[in-house]
Design a protein around this ligand. Structure first.
Ligand code: NAD
Ligand code: IPM
Ligand code: MN
Length: 351
């Protein structure tokens, strides 16, 4: 009889709302599939700041490290926006990713047939889109040094950050991306800014070098500005995208809207070993928190990725994913993915 420990980090805003729905779904699916899940809920982000004074308490990080997988809701909110950097909820999230060494962030964006009408793109552009953003998660400008606030030679305030990648950091994320592309449709697009940034020049060179080890994968390169445009022009051209931390952050939010809503996009963050971190790509949505409006499906689908990538419970993952599809098929949706097309469909089917 298999038993797993899951650390739950509900966080702030809509985080607790969506995590509780995903937790109940996980409990149900585990009992059907015959394994046990033990949940340990820990404070994180703003909730942890209010409780303990820091955004990632030591107990939370060690519980996360000691578990089989971690499910996070979201962190952040107006209340803590003006905190000093080390006391921001977002800093806690970066410390968690760094602490778990989860350098590979997989963000799938799939346009479900049920949601084509919810996309902001035309039906013929959106339908059939199925892409995966492989985002580097523990390096780049998020972590690069030097960084800080200072004063320049004219006595003017300055803020500065550094985009830095070591060769091994590029190689390991590129390998994950090549492997991912190999298991998908065999196409990998590496997105960078190699026409301007040295870190991107090295990125492109290292990715190019690894390509010879993956002759079955068709590699292309694209500048990030063009990629942002191509994603809304013709998103079906993409299979797997690999990119750095900040470009991946931005492009995955953009890709989410093709699928209908940011409330639909899950993610899995994985390292070489140790527990994975599973979280929706959206934030704490303070504008809708506490109003029962949040779409929980990004978190439920993240729980599905937890079952698949985190625990290796493929059958349970499939069961959860099909329950999401059934829910959508019956027309049950939150406001972010509601559409006139749905009303049309049900009106006809009820006649
Ligand atoms: P956000 O993703 O929280 O919200 C952007 C917009 O999308 C809002 O209008 C929101 O209502 C909507 N939205 C997001 N998730 C939704 C859902 N599940 N269902 C329906 N609508 C949804 O981004 P933001 O407003 O830029 O940031 C708010 C806070 O969240 C900030 O403090 C930010 O730092 C934090 N944040 C945290 C994470 C994380 O925890 N991983 C990710 C992004 C932002
Ligand atoms: C995300 C978020 C985070 C990021 C923030 C909250 C630190 O936007 O998970 O996409 O930039 O990685
Ligand atoms: Mn983001």
């Amino acid at each position: 009889f298999k038993s797993y420990t899951i650390t739950l980090l509900p966080g702030d805003g809509i985080g607790p709302e969506v995590v509780s729905i995903a937790k109940n779904a996980l409990l149900r699916v585990s009992s059907i599939e015959g394994f046990e899940l033990k949940f340990k809920e820990m404070p994180m982000g703003g909730a942890a700041l209010d409780l303990t004074g820091v955004p990632l308490p030591e107990d939370t990080l060690s519980a996360a490290k000691d578990s089989d997988a971690v499910l996070l809701g979201a962190i952040g909110g107006y209340k803590w926006d003006n905190n000093e950097k080390h006391l921001k909820p977002e800093t806690g999230l970066l410390q968690l990713r760094e602490g778990l060494k989860v350098f590979a962030n997989l963000r799938p964006a799939t346009v479900l047939p049920q949601l084509v009408d919810a996309s902001t793109l035309k039906k013929e552009v959106a339908e059939g889109v199925d892409l995966m953003v492989v985002r580097e998660l523990t390096g780049g400008i998020y972590f690069g040094k030097p960084r800080g606030l200072s004063t320049n030679e004219f006595g003017e305030e300055c803020g500065f950050n550094t985009e830095v990648y070591a060769a091994h950091e590029i190689d390991r994320i590129a390998r994950v991306a090549f492997e991912t592309a190999r298991r998908r449709r065999g196409k990998l697009c590496s997105v960078d800014k190699a026409n301007v940034l040295e870190a991107s020049m090295l990125w492109r060179r290292r990715v190019e070098k690894l390509a010879s080890e993956y002759p079955d994968v068709e590699l292309s390169h694209m500048y990030v500005d063009n990629a942002a445009m191509q994603l809304v022009r013709n998103p079906k051209q993409f299979d797997t995208i690999v990119t750095n931390n900040i470009f991946g952050d931005i492009l995955s939010d953009e890709a989410s809207m093709i699928t209908g809503s940011i409330g639909m996009l899950p993610s899995a963050s994985l390292g070489e070993s140790g527990p994975g971190l599973f979280e929706p790509i959206h934030g704490s949505a303070p504008d809708i928190a506490g109003q029962d409006k949040a779409n929980p499906l990004a978190t439920v689908l993240s729980a599905g990725m937890l079952l698949k990538y985190g625990l290796g419970e493929e059958k349970a993952a499939q069961r959860l994913d099909s329950a999401v599809l059934d829910t959508l098929n019956r027309g049950f949706r939150t406001g972010d993915i509601y559409s006139a097309g749905l009303v049309r469909y049900f009106l006809i089917s009820f006649l």
